[in-house]
Design a protein around this ligand. Structure first.
Ligand SMILES: O=C(CO)COP(=O)(O)O
Length: 119
């Protein structure tokens, strides 16, 4: 499975905890992540292809991968307390996951459910 992972700054620690918990399962899949998130994953012992940082186009690149059928599952841990400057890119990623019916987990509970079902 091809898994795209993105975590906004306020959710990086939640992503770190989640990825560490599921490291063995995730390691068997093809991971791609926005730059800062890929760094967090590498600190958890996971290798992910690093895109640009989210604010520098990484979210849009992930959205493109969703649109071209290159992502089977998208984990996007969003911080409900912030409205980032690149909100348009965030919206594009969410919208394209909806358009292309790609499973999109925006919190840990959903990520756990999809992980159990798909991976
Ligand atoms: O901004 C982000 C998601 O919108 C995350 O980007 P990074 O993973 O590069 O920090």
């Amino acid at each position: 499975m091809r898994v795209a992972l993105v975590a906004q700054d306020g959710k990086k620690e939640a992503l770190r905890a989640w990825a560490s918990k599921h490291e063995v399962k995730l390691a068997g899949h093809d991971l791609v992540a926005t730059g800062g998130t890929a760094q967090v994953l590498s600190e958890c012992g996971l290798t992910a292809r690093a895109l640009a940082s989210g604010p520098l186009g990484g979210d849009l690149h992930a959205a493109h991968l969703v649109a071209t059928g290159e992502v089977d599952f998208c984990v996007f841990f969003r911080d409900p307390a912030v409205h980032p400057a690149h909100e348009a890119d965030v919206a594009a990623l969410v919208r394209l996951a909806l358009v292309h019916d790609v499973p999109l987990a925006q919190n840990e509970s959903t990520a756990n459910a999809v992980l159990s079902a798909l991976l």
